[in-house]
Write a protein that binds this ligand. Structure first.
Ligand code: PLP
Length: 360
Protein backbone atom coordinates (compact mmCIF):
# COMPACT_ATOMS: atom_id res chain seq x y z
CA UNK A 1 0.00 0.00 0.00
CA UNK A 2 1.23 3.48 -0.87
CA UNK A 3 -0.39 6.30 1.07
CA UNK A 4 -0.75 9.52 -0.92
CA UNK A 5 -3.67 11.18 0.84
CA UNK A 6 -1.90 13.42 3.36
CA UNK A 7 -4.51 16.19 3.01
CA UNK A 8 -7.24 13.83 4.24
CA UNK A 9 -5.24 12.75 7.24
CA UNK A 10 -1.67 11.98 8.27
CA UNK A 11 -0.30 8.87 9.97
CA UNK A 12 0.12 9.22 13.73
CA UNK A 13 3.75 10.11 14.54
CA UNK A 14 5.27 7.39 16.78
CA UNK A 15 6.34 10.17 19.18
CA UNK A 16 2.74 11.40 19.47
CA UNK A 17 1.46 7.88 20.07
CA UNK A 18 4.09 7.36 22.78
CA UNK A 19 3.00 10.57 24.51
CA UNK A 20 -0.63 9.43 24.55
CA UNK A 21 -0.10 6.01 26.13
CA UNK A 22 0.34 7.08 29.78
CA UNK A 23 -3.05 8.84 29.58
CA UNK A 24 -4.84 5.73 28.39
CA UNK A 25 -4.05 3.82 31.57
CA UNK A 26 -6.30 1.51 33.60
CA UNK A 27 -7.12 1.40 37.33
CA UNK A 28 -3.52 0.69 38.36
CA UNK A 29 -2.14 3.68 36.50
CA UNK A 30 -2.05 7.37 37.38
CA UNK A 31 -3.17 8.32 33.90
CA UNK A 32 -6.94 8.15 33.89
CA UNK A 33 -7.80 11.22 35.94
CA UNK A 34 -10.31 13.82 34.90
CA UNK A 35 -8.27 16.95 34.17
CA UNK A 36 -11.04 18.99 35.75
CA UNK A 37 -10.88 17.15 39.12
CA UNK A 38 -9.21 18.93 42.03
CA UNK A 39 -7.37 15.88 43.46
CA UNK A 40 -3.87 14.66 42.61
CA UNK A 41 -4.87 12.45 39.65
CA UNK A 42 -6.90 15.30 38.24
CA UNK A 43 -4.04 17.72 38.67
CA UNK A 44 -1.65 15.34 36.90
CA UNK A 45 -4.02 15.11 33.94
CA UNK A 46 -4.55 18.89 33.97
CA UNK A 47 -0.78 19.41 33.86
CA UNK A 48 -0.58 17.19 30.75
CA UNK A 49 -3.34 19.25 29.12
CA UNK A 50 -1.60 22.53 29.94
CA UNK A 51 1.74 21.27 28.63
CA UNK A 52 -0.03 20.29 25.39
CA UNK A 53 -1.65 23.72 25.20
CA UNK A 54 1.79 25.34 25.38
CA UNK A 55 3.19 22.99 22.74
CA UNK A 56 0.29 23.70 20.38
CA UNK A 57 0.65 27.44 21.05
CA UNK A 58 4.34 27.21 20.10
CA UNK A 59 3.33 27.26 16.44
CA UNK A 60 0.76 30.04 16.88
CA UNK A 61 1.14 33.80 17.31
CA UNK A 62 1.69 35.28 20.75
CA UNK A 63 -1.07 37.40 22.29
CA UNK A 64 -3.83 34.81 22.21
CA UNK A 65 -5.15 31.65 23.83
CA UNK A 66 -5.69 28.10 22.65
CA UNK A 67 -9.13 26.54 23.16
CA UNK A 68 -9.19 22.78 22.58
CA UNK A 69 -12.13 21.43 20.59
CA UNK A 70 -13.12 18.04 19.17
CA UNK A 71 -12.03 18.95 15.63
CA UNK A 72 -11.19 21.89 13.41
CA UNK A 73 -14.77 21.74 12.18
CA UNK A 74 -15.94 22.48 15.71
CA UNK A 75 -13.33 25.24 16.09
CA UNK A 76 -14.58 26.87 12.88
CA UNK A 77 -18.21 26.64 13.99
CA UNK A 78 -17.27 28.19 17.34
CA UNK A 79 -15.44 31.02 15.58
CA UNK A 80 -18.24 31.79 13.14
CA UNK A 81 -21.21 31.38 15.41
CA UNK A 82 -19.48 32.63 18.53
CA UNK A 83 -18.40 35.97 17.06
CA UNK A 84 -21.40 36.31 14.86
CA UNK A 85 -23.84 36.38 17.73
CA UNK A 86 -21.94 39.13 19.45
CA UNK A 87 -21.39 41.23 16.34
CA UNK A 88 -24.42 40.75 14.08
CA UNK A 89 -22.73 41.96 10.88
CA UNK A 90 -22.03 40.55 7.41
CA UNK A 91 -19.76 37.56 6.98
CA UNK A 92 -17.63 36.89 3.90
CA UNK A 93 -15.59 33.84 2.92
CA UNK A 94 -13.56 32.74 -0.06
CA UNK A 95 -15.39 30.45 -2.48
CA UNK A 96 -12.85 27.69 -1.84
CA UNK A 97 -13.16 27.44 1.94
CA UNK A 98 -13.67 24.03 3.48
CA UNK A 99 -17.28 22.91 3.93
CA UNK A 100 -16.91 23.56 7.68
CA UNK A 101 -16.72 27.29 6.91
CA UNK A 102 -19.12 27.45 3.98
CA UNK A 103 -21.85 25.26 5.42
CA UNK A 104 -21.73 27.00 8.80
CA UNK A 105 -21.57 30.56 7.42
CA UNK A 106 -24.26 29.97 4.82
CA UNK A 107 -26.80 29.24 7.56
CA UNK A 108 -26.41 32.86 8.68
CA UNK A 109 -27.88 35.97 7.13
CA UNK A 110 -25.60 38.40 5.30
CA UNK A 111 -23.22 35.76 3.94
CA UNK A 112 -21.05 36.70 0.93
CA UNK A 113 -18.79 34.51 -1.18
CA UNK A 114 -15.55 35.97 -2.55
CA UNK A 115 -14.47 34.47 -5.89
CA UNK A 116 -10.99 33.14 -6.63
CA UNK A 117 -9.17 33.28 -9.98
CA UNK A 118 -8.23 30.33 -12.20
CA UNK A 119 -5.10 29.83 -10.14
CA UNK A 120 -7.23 29.34 -7.05
CA UNK A 121 -6.14 32.63 -5.48
CA UNK A 122 -8.15 35.39 -3.87
CA UNK A 123 -7.51 38.96 -4.96
CA UNK A 124 -6.08 40.64 -1.87
CA UNK A 125 -7.74 43.89 -2.98
CA UNK A 126 -11.16 42.30 -3.70
CA UNK A 127 -14.26 44.29 -2.73
CA UNK A 128 -15.40 43.34 0.73
CA UNK A 129 -19.03 43.72 1.79
CA UNK A 130 -20.07 46.74 3.83
CA UNK A 131 -20.67 46.28 7.57
CA UNK A 132 -18.36 43.31 7.57
CA UNK A 133 -18.15 41.47 10.88
CA UNK A 134 -16.06 38.44 9.96
CA UNK A 135 -13.92 37.49 6.98
CA UNK A 136 -12.95 33.81 6.64
CA UNK A 137 -9.89 33.06 4.51
CA UNK A 138 -8.06 29.77 4.67
CA UNK A 139 -4.30 29.52 4.72
CA UNK A 140 -3.70 26.49 2.45
CA UNK A 141 -6.52 24.92 0.47
CA UNK A 142 -7.12 21.23 1.20
CA UNK A 143 -8.01 20.30 -2.38
CA UNK A 144 -5.62 22.25 -4.57
CA UNK A 145 -3.03 23.38 -2.03
CA UNK A 146 -3.05 27.08 -2.94
CA UNK A 147 -1.94 29.54 -0.25
CA UNK A 148 -4.04 32.69 0.14
CA UNK A 149 -2.93 36.30 0.82
CA UNK A 150 -4.23 36.08 4.38
CA UNK A 151 -2.07 38.83 5.90
CA UNK A 152 -3.25 41.53 3.47
CA UNK A 153 -6.87 40.46 3.79
CA UNK A 154 -6.58 40.56 7.58
CA UNK A 155 -5.28 44.14 7.31
CA UNK A 156 -8.23 45.07 5.14
CA UNK A 157 -10.74 43.34 7.40
CA UNK A 158 -9.29 45.23 10.36
CA UNK A 159 -9.60 48.55 8.49
CA UNK A 160 -13.34 47.82 8.35
CA UNK A 161 -13.48 46.86 12.02
CA UNK A 162 -13.99 43.18 11.14
CA UNK A 163 -12.24 40.06 12.42
CA UNK A 164 -10.37 37.57 10.29
CA UNK A 165 -10.82 33.83 10.78
CA UNK A 166 -8.10 31.71 9.21
CA UNK A 167 -8.68 27.99 8.68
CA UNK A 168 -5.04 26.98 9.01
CA UNK A 169 -5.68 23.24 9.11
CA UNK A 170 -3.48 22.50 6.08
CA UNK A 171 -0.78 25.07 6.81
CA UNK A 172 -0.26 24.79 10.58
CA UNK A 173 2.94 22.89 11.35
CA UNK A 174 4.02 22.93 7.71
CA UNK A 175 4.52 26.59 6.91
CA UNK A 176 4.91 29.69 9.06
CA UNK A 177 1.42 31.07 9.68
CA UNK A 178 0.48 34.40 8.08
CA UNK A 179 0.27 37.52 10.29
CA UNK A 180 -3.03 39.12 11.12
CA UNK A 181 -5.76 36.55 11.90
CA UNK A 182 -7.87 37.05 15.02
CA UNK A 183 -9.07 33.45 15.06
CA UNK A 184 -7.16 30.40 13.79
CA UNK A 185 -8.61 26.89 13.46
CA UNK A 186 -6.31 23.86 13.49
CA UNK A 187 -6.56 20.08 13.67
CA UNK A 188 -4.22 17.48 15.20
CA UNK A 189 -4.75 14.75 12.62
CA UNK A 190 -3.27 16.85 9.80
CA UNK A 191 0.04 17.24 11.65
CA UNK A 192 0.70 13.59 12.54
CA UNK A 193 -1.36 13.83 15.73
CA UNK A 194 -4.51 11.93 16.75
CA UNK A 195 -7.99 12.30 15.26
CA UNK A 196 -10.72 13.74 17.46
CA UNK A 197 -9.02 16.92 18.62
CA UNK A 198 -8.61 20.39 17.16
CA UNK A 199 -8.22 23.87 18.55
CA UNK A 200 -9.24 27.45 18.05
CA UNK A 201 -6.65 30.15 18.70
CA UNK A 202 -8.35 33.34 19.87
CA UNK A 203 -6.56 36.67 19.89
CA UNK A 204 -6.64 38.43 23.27
CA UNK A 205 -9.59 40.81 23.43
CA UNK A 206 -11.75 38.89 20.93
CA UNK A 207 -15.01 38.01 22.61
CA UNK A 208 -16.68 34.72 21.85
CA UNK A 209 -19.86 33.04 23.00
CA UNK A 210 -19.80 29.26 23.52
CA UNK A 211 -21.62 26.80 21.28
CA UNK A 212 -21.52 24.01 23.84
CA UNK A 213 -22.82 24.72 27.32
CA UNK A 214 -22.19 22.68 30.44
CA UNK A 215 -19.39 22.47 32.98
CA UNK A 216 -17.63 25.59 31.72
CA UNK A 217 -14.38 23.88 30.70
CA UNK A 218 -11.96 25.54 28.26
CA UNK A 219 -12.39 29.00 29.73
CA UNK A 220 -16.17 28.68 29.49
CA UNK A 221 -15.95 28.42 25.70
CA UNK A 222 -16.24 24.67 25.22
CA UNK A 223 -17.82 22.60 27.95
CA UNK A 224 -17.03 18.90 28.11
CA UNK A 225 -14.26 16.82 29.66
CA UNK A 226 -11.04 17.02 27.70
CA UNK A 227 -9.09 13.90 26.79
CA UNK A 228 -5.57 14.24 28.20
CA UNK A 229 -4.42 11.49 25.79
CA UNK A 230 -5.62 13.40 22.73
CA UNK A 231 -4.22 16.66 24.09
CA UNK A 232 -0.83 15.05 24.79
CA UNK A 233 -0.70 13.54 21.30
CA UNK A 234 -1.62 16.87 19.73
CA UNK A 235 0.99 18.68 21.84
CA UNK A 236 3.85 16.38 20.93
CA UNK A 237 2.84 16.37 17.26
CA UNK A 238 2.92 20.19 17.30
CA UNK A 239 6.30 20.30 19.01
CA UNK A 240 7.68 17.78 16.56
CA UNK A 241 6.32 19.78 13.62
CA UNK A 242 7.96 22.91 15.01
CA UNK A 243 11.34 21.23 15.47
CA UNK A 244 11.20 19.52 12.10
CA UNK A 245 9.59 22.27 10.04
CA UNK A 246 12.68 22.99 7.94
CA UNK A 247 13.53 19.29 7.44
CA UNK A 248 9.94 18.36 6.63
CA UNK A 249 9.71 21.25 4.14
CA UNK A 250 12.98 20.24 2.44
CA UNK A 251 11.72 16.66 2.15
CA UNK A 252 8.48 17.91 0.57
CA UNK A 253 10.33 20.13 -1.91
CA UNK A 254 12.45 17.18 -3.07
CA UNK A 255 9.34 15.00 -3.46
CA UNK A 256 7.52 17.80 -5.31
CA UNK A 257 10.33 18.23 -7.85
CA UNK A 258 10.40 14.50 -8.41
CA UNK A 259 6.60 14.16 -8.64
CA UNK A 260 6.39 17.02 -11.17
CA UNK A 261 8.68 15.01 -13.47
CA UNK A 262 6.81 11.75 -12.90
CA UNK A 263 3.47 13.39 -13.71
CA UNK A 264 4.72 15.82 -16.38
CA UNK A 265 1.93 14.80 -18.81
CA UNK A 266 -0.81 15.88 -16.45
CA UNK A 267 -2.32 19.36 -16.03
CA UNK A 268 -1.83 20.92 -12.60
CA UNK A 269 -4.93 22.44 -10.96
CA UNK A 270 -4.19 25.66 -9.05
CA UNK A 271 -1.15 27.90 -8.84
CA UNK A 272 2.23 26.23 -9.18
CA UNK A 273 4.04 28.82 -7.05
CA UNK A 274 1.51 29.99 -4.44
CA UNK A 275 1.03 26.54 -3.10
CA UNK A 276 1.95 23.98 -0.50
CA UNK A 277 4.10 21.56 -2.48
CA UNK A 278 2.86 18.47 -0.66
CA UNK A 279 -0.31 18.70 -2.74
CA UNK A 280 -0.44 17.70 -6.38
CA UNK A 281 -3.94 18.16 -7.80
CA UNK A 282 -3.85 16.94 -11.39
CA UNK A 283 -6.18 16.31 -14.26
CA UNK A 284 -6.19 14.55 -17.58
CA UNK A 285 -8.97 15.18 -20.08
CA UNK A 286 -11.54 12.43 -20.33
CA UNK A 287 -10.16 10.44 -17.40
CA UNK A 288 -12.54 8.13 -15.58
CA UNK A 289 -11.25 8.66 -12.05
CA UNK A 290 -13.34 5.92 -10.42
CA UNK A 291 -11.85 3.40 -12.85
CA UNK A 292 -8.36 4.80 -12.31
CA UNK A 293 -8.72 4.44 -8.54
CA UNK A 294 -9.84 0.87 -8.93
CA UNK A 295 -7.07 -0.02 -11.40
CA UNK A 296 -4.39 1.63 -9.23
CA UNK A 297 -5.89 0.47 -5.95
CA UNK A 298 -2.52 -0.14 -4.32
CA UNK A 299 -2.23 3.64 -4.10
CA UNK A 300 -4.38 5.49 -1.57
CA UNK A 301 -5.26 8.81 -3.15
CA UNK A 302 -8.30 10.98 -3.56
CA UNK A 303 -10.63 11.90 -6.37
CA UNK A 304 -11.34 15.27 -4.78
CA UNK A 305 -11.73 16.51 -1.25
CA UNK A 306 -11.94 13.61 1.17
CA UNK A 307 -13.96 15.87 3.46
CA UNK A 308 -16.72 16.04 0.87
CA UNK A 309 -16.38 12.53 -0.48
CA UNK A 310 -19.41 10.38 0.06
CA UNK A 311 -21.59 13.48 -0.05
CA UNK A 312 -21.94 13.12 -3.83
CA UNK A 313 -21.26 16.84 -4.18
CA UNK A 314 -19.02 17.93 -7.04
CA UNK A 315 -15.91 19.74 -5.83
CA UNK A 316 -16.85 23.40 -5.20
CA UNK A 317 -13.14 24.25 -5.28
CA UNK A 318 -12.50 22.91 -8.78
CA UNK A 319 -15.64 24.64 -10.00
CA UNK A 320 -14.60 27.90 -8.33
CA UNK A 321 -11.34 27.91 -10.33
CA UNK A 322 -13.39 27.66 -13.51
CA UNK A 323 -13.11 23.96 -14.35
CA UNK A 324 -16.04 22.38 -16.17
CA UNK A 325 -17.79 19.46 -14.48
CA UNK A 326 -15.97 17.11 -16.87
CA UNK A 327 -12.58 18.63 -15.99
CA UNK A 328 -13.34 18.47 -12.27
CA UNK A 329 -14.39 14.85 -12.60
CA UNK A 330 -11.13 13.97 -14.33
CA UNK A 331 -9.02 15.36 -11.48
CA UNK A 332 -7.11 13.49 -8.80
CA UNK A 333 -5.33 14.67 -5.66
CA UNK A 334 -2.00 13.20 -4.59
CA UNK A 335 -0.78 14.30 -1.18
CA UNK A 336 2.55 13.40 0.33
CA UNK A 337 4.28 14.14 3.59
CA UNK A 338 6.88 13.32 6.21
CA UNK A 339 6.76 9.55 5.80
CA UNK A 340 6.54 9.39 2.01
CA UNK A 341 9.61 7.82 0.36
CA UNK A 342 10.78 8.74 -3.13
CA UNK A 343 10.48 5.14 -4.35
CA UNK A 344 6.84 5.12 -3.22
CA UNK A 345 6.23 8.05 -5.56
CA UNK A 346 8.00 6.13 -8.35
CA UNK A 347 5.80 3.08 -7.83
CA UNK A 348 2.62 5.19 -7.51
CA UNK A 349 3.43 7.05 -10.72
CA UNK A 350 4.04 3.76 -12.52
CA UNK A 351 0.66 2.41 -11.41
CA UNK A 352 -1.32 5.61 -11.97
CA UNK A 353 0.28 6.49 -15.29
CA UNK A 354 -0.14 3.02 -16.73
CA UNK A 355 -3.78 2.84 -15.52
CA UNK A 356 -4.43 6.25 -17.10
CA UNK A 357 -2.71 5.21 -20.35
CA UNK A 358 -4.99 2.16 -20.57
CA UNK A 359 -7.91 4.58 -20.79
CA UNK A 360 -6.44 5.93 -24.03
N1 PLP B 1 -10.41 22.72 7.12
C1 PLP B 1 -9.62 22.14 6.23
C2 PLP B 1 -8.85 22.98 5.25
C3 PLP B 1 -9.50 20.74 6.19
O1 PLP B 1 -8.70 20.16 5.29
C4 PLP B 1 -10.25 19.98 7.11
C5 PLP B 1 -10.23 18.51 7.05
O2 PLP B 1 -10.03 17.92 6.02
C6 PLP B 1 -11.04 20.64 8.06
C7 PLP B 1 -11.11 22.02 8.02
C8 PLP B 1 -11.81 19.89 9.10
O3 PLP B 1 -10.93 19.36 10.06
P1 PLP B 1 -11.42 18.27 11.11
O4 PLP B 1 -11.29 16.94 10.44
O5 PLP B 1 -10.49 18.41 12.29
O6 PLP B 1 -12.81 18.62 11.47
Amino acid sequence: MIYLDYQATTPLAPEAREAMLPWLGGPESAGFGNPHSAHRLGRLAAAAVELAREQVAGLLPSGGRVVFTGSATEAINLAIRGTRRSRGHAIAASAIEHAAVLDCASTLEGFHLLPVDREGLLDPEADLPAKLGLLAVMHVNNEIGTAQPVARLAERAHQQGALLLCDAVQGYGRLPLPDGPDLIAISAHKIYGPKGIGALWVRDGVELEPLIHGGGQEQGLRSGTLSPALCAGFGVAAELARNRMADDAAHIEALWDHACLLFADWILNGSREQRWHGNLNLRRDGLDVARLMSDAREVMFSAGSACASGSGRPSHVLRAIGLSDAEAKSSIRLGFGRYTARDELDRAAELINSAAAQQG
